[in-house]
Design a protein around this ligand. Structure first.
Ligand code: HEC
Length: 167
């Protein structure tokens, strides 16, 4: 006759609690580790406390964005008024602009694809380039991390709320 309680099953039930506890502990520890150290291109958000990526983002910003958005993120003069060609000048990325009015995901989209639908009307004319062919996803996240690192805690907090509403 088949043994209804094979030894491995008995051992499993005896150890079950230990296995469950171990599983819970690994999920919690793994999650905490992931939240702290997972690269932004995996999590889809920009953590401005990630100092290594702030430094990387700063050099990418100076090489790719500063010519229009300013070395101090101050944007171009009269950025609220359209140029003669009907296009808008580059806005600041510091707190005086409206970059922080956008969620991380929207900012990522703008940098990767430029101001294209669904974030802008079709045929919208803009000098903001698409960086899809220039920067990797990880580099785009690094630039956003750098930009966010320059904001005050109050503005970061407000943009975090926009992130949550958007998710
Ligand atoms: C050739 C000039 C130019 C370069 C280089 C450039 N931008 Fe822009 N960017 C613009 C202009 C102009 C706008 C505003 C376009 C509009 O609203 O029509 C803009 C808009 C943006 C916006 C939207 C801001 C908002 O408040 O809506 C983001 C984000 C942005 N740029 C990020 C970047 C980043 C990051 C880089 C570098 C990787 C970069 N840009 C490089 C010209 C540029």
């Amino acid at each position: 006759m088949l043994n209804p309680h094979p030894a491995w099953l008995r051992r499993f039930s005896q150890n079950r609690r230990r296995i469950v506890v171990l599983a819970v502990v690994s999920v919690v520890v793994g999650g905490a580790f992931g939240a702290l150290y997972a690269p932004s291109w995996l999590t889809g958000s920009a953590n401005p406390d990630d100092l290594k990526r702030v430094a990387l983002g700063q050099s990418i910003y100076q090489n790719n964005c500063a010519s229009c958005h300013g070395t101090k993120l101050e944007g171009q003069a009269n950025w609220r008024s359209r140029n003669d060609d009907g296009k808008l000048p580059a806005p600041p990325h510091d707190e005086s602009g409206h970059t922080w009015h956008h969620s991380d995901q929207q900012l990522f989209r703008i940098v990767k694809h430029g101001l294209t639908p669904p974030l802008a009307p079709a045929n919208y004319k803009s000098d903001m380039p698409s960086f899809e062919e220039v920067l990797s996803d990880e580099e785009i996240w690094a630039v956003l991390i750098f930009i966010k690192s320059t904001w005050s805690p109050k503005i970061r907090d407000r943009q975090d709320r926009i992130n949550k509403a958007y998710d």
